[in-house]
Design a protein. Sequence first.
Length: 210
Amino acid sequence: MFDLDGTLIDSRRDLADAANALLESCGGGPLSEDQIGRMVGDGAATLVARVFEASGLDQPAGALERYLAFYDQRLLNHTRPYAGMAEVLDMLGMRATLAVLTNKPLASTRRILAGLDLARHFAPDAVLGGDGPLPRKPDPAGLRHLSARAGVTGASTLLVGDSVIDWRTARAALTPVCVARYGFGYEGFSRQIAGSPDFLIDTPAELLTL
C-alpha cells in the first residue's frame, strides 16, 4: 500500500507553485519549495492553512477552493514518478495486491496516476483519497479498508510512505511500515520516530528485496 506524494511521485514543485500562486493572489510573497514540501501530508486544507501561517497572512474565505483550482492547472507540469518506480510496480504487482492511500483529493489522485501511466497498477477501488467517506490519515480506517479489500490482515500489509503521517497511520493499524527516505515528507521526521520504522529505503528499487 502506497502513499502518493513523496512516495510514488515527486510532486513537490507543482504543489509549491500552486501554493505560491495562491499567496501571490492574496498579496503575499513566495515560500521556498522545500518549506512548502515540509507542509504536505495532512491534506489540502491543512496545507493552505500552513502556508498562510508561514506567510503571516490571514487566510481569506474560499482560500482552499482557490488553491485547488491553482493546483488543478498544474497537476502534471513537473510531477513525475520517482526513478525506477514504474519498474518496481511492475514487479511488485506480480506478487502482491497494490493500493494507494493518500490524503490528496481522489479526483486529482486519479488524474495524476493516469497521466503518469501508473493507474494500471491499481484497481479503481484500491485507490483512496482524502475526500472520501473514510477519515484521512493518520486515522487507520482507510488502511484497514484496503487491507480487507485485498483479503489480508493488517499484519500482512506493508504501508510505504515518506512522512510521520504515514508512520502514525501504520502504527495505529498495527501494520508494518516502510519509510521512504527519498521522499520530501521525510524531512519532517524527528530523530526518535525516524529510528522506529520497520523498514527504511533510499530508492524505490529497494522495495523488491523486502
